[in-house]
Design a protein around this ligand. Structure first.
Ligand code: SAH
Length: 466
């Protein structure tokens, strides 16, 4: 979870009063922004810049040609101390606090209760960019990027759209209306406004008629692989589906930064299962998914890694088939792929292994059984999922079947995440090294693979994370 020191809100300034104390460059810069609001603006300055005097003359603000006094700030919504002088500014801070007004000291994060973000103005669409004061340069860059990307007519489209909101209530609440607006902003609106603002309203009318004649989309479940944790390893399709979902049903391994990508209004349901800990019974999950599908929702069933790997996918599909709900599978990057990438190795290699196995350390009955004799042969590579608790068991079986004590084994914890860690060991030392490392994240165990040049691997990782 991120920890925002500053929480962004949009303040209604319509009947508010905003006071700027100071008459120099800093005051002018803030006033340029503040004059875009509907607030009553007051400037206190014993001497004021020409630009400010000009604004006062044309009635855009009230200029008081003296310093702020006790009582002046009572009832002010916001106060800006813009003297660019610590002593003068701190006097205003004290006065503002006594008057109960929020105070900003220009270019002084420490003494400010609020900060003014960089703004991209497509009124009524306003985008505020803040970096907690950490990187004003970055904020300006993002602002410039957005300025270039957002058509100037976006504001006009939003304004005209707003007059149409009432008519759109003819469509059922939720998805149908969202689809309508998506169509408007992404396709029909921009096309219409290209031939002038007058063309937009008729286009909206045609679009509404079109959408009214559509039948409601049936419920649908997408089984989506969320990948190993790094949000950048999501597929584009996963992103889009998350963006459209009504309901997201997710497992414990799905990282919070991926859930952040779900639509804000989406209903997020945690059916997390810890390896051996408390869990939502599988039958309950099956019923839950089928239920949302039957009710016509667009459901994303989000599973860590790839949903077809140790994900109990088939049981969920059976439940949907029984309920007559349509579904699709969207593959994701499985932990074995992310982990082998972390090791700097490849899964298969000419002359070493022409096959690779994905095996599980435990199943419903307990520790899982495998063809140990085959796995014990030299050069075998297996990615062992859920292998932490079973490490000693696996070691025992393999040694019993003649595996060499120095067979390389690698452990990758939290593959693809900033907390990723890699341990290279051998079959003989596996239980000991695993216990010593005390890993509490998900761990993938690689039998038959060593980290490639451990040192250079670490340095490369640090570079990437830097
Ligand atoms: N469907 C998932 C696997 C689910 S089983 C996939 O395709 O990856 C859960 C096991 O996956 C964990 O016990 C662990 O062995 C492995 N795992 C999942 N995410 C991992 C990660 N980021 N790093 C290492 N192992 C991971």
């Amino acid at each position: 979870m991120s920890q925002m020191q500053h929480f962004p809100i949009f303040l209604n300034t319509r009947s508010g009063r905003i006071v700027v104390s100071g008459g120099g460059d800093a005051a002018v810069a803030k006033l340029r922004l503040l004059l875009k609001t509907e607030a009553r603006i007051e400037v206190y300055a014993s001497s004021a810049d020409d630009e400010i005097t000009g604004w006062a003359k044309s009635g855009q603000l009230r200029l008081v040609t003296r310093d702020v006094r006790e009582g002046d700030l009572v009832g002010a919504q916001l106060v800006y101390a813009a003297h660019e002088d610590d002593l003068l500014d701190m006097r205003i801070v004290a006065l503002a606090k006594r008057a109960g007004a929020l105070i900003n000291v220009v270019d002084d994060l420490e003494n400010s209760e609020f900060i003014t973000p960089a703004i991209v103005d497509r009124d009524p669409v306003t985008i505020a960019i803040g970096t907690e004061g950490a990187a004003p340069v970055l904020a300006r860059k993002i602002k410039a990027d957005l300025e270039a990307r957002l058509p100037v007519q976006l504001g006009a489209l939003a304004r005209i759209g707003k007059t149409f909101r009432h008519a759109v209530e003819a469509l059922p609440f939720g998805r149908a209306r969202r689809d309508f607006w998506r169509d408007y902003y992404e396709s029909k609106g921009p096309i219409a406004i290209a031939s002038g603002e007058d063309a937009v309203e008729p286009a909206l009318e045609t679009l509404l008629v079109d959408h009214m004649s559509r039948t409601a989309r049936a419920g649908h479940v997408a089984f989506v692989g969320a990948g190993p944790g790094d949000p950048e390893l999501l597929t584009l399709k996963a992103r889009r589906l998350l963006d459209e979902a009504d309901v997201v049903i997710y497992d414990r391994l799905v990282s919070p930064s991926i859930l952040e990508l779900a639509r804000r209004e989406a209903h997020l349901i945690d059916v997390g299962k810890t390896g051996f800990g408390p869990s939502t019974p599988q039958e309950h999950i099956n019923a839950l998914i089928a239920d949302h599908g039957t009710k016509g929702r667009q459901v994303v069933r989000l599973k860590g890694g790839d949903c077809t790997v140790f994900g109990r996918l088939d049981e969920e599909i059976d439940a949907l088939d029984a309920a007559g709900v349509s579904w699709q599978i969207v593959p994701g990057i499985t932990a074995a792929s992310a982990s082998v990438a972390a090791l700097g190795q490849s899964l298969t290699k000419r002359g070493r292994n022409a096959s690779v196995r994905l095996i599980t350390g435990h199943d419903m009955q307990g520790f899982a059984d495998h063809d140990w004799a085959d796995l014990a042969r030299d050069g075998q590579v297996a990615a062992i999922y859920m292998g932490k608790k079973a490490a000693r068991f696996i070691q025992g079986r393999l040694l019993m079947h003649g595996a060499s004590h120095d067979t390389p084994v690698s452990l990758v914890e939290n593959a693809s995440l900033p907390s990723q860690s890699i341990i290279g060991t051998t079959l003989a030392n596996l239980p000991k090294d695993l216990a010593k490392a005390d890993l509490d994240g998900p761990v993938l165990t690689f039998l038959g693979l060593a980290p490639r040049a451990a040192a250079s691997q670490t340095s490369q990782m640090t570079q990437e994370l830097a």
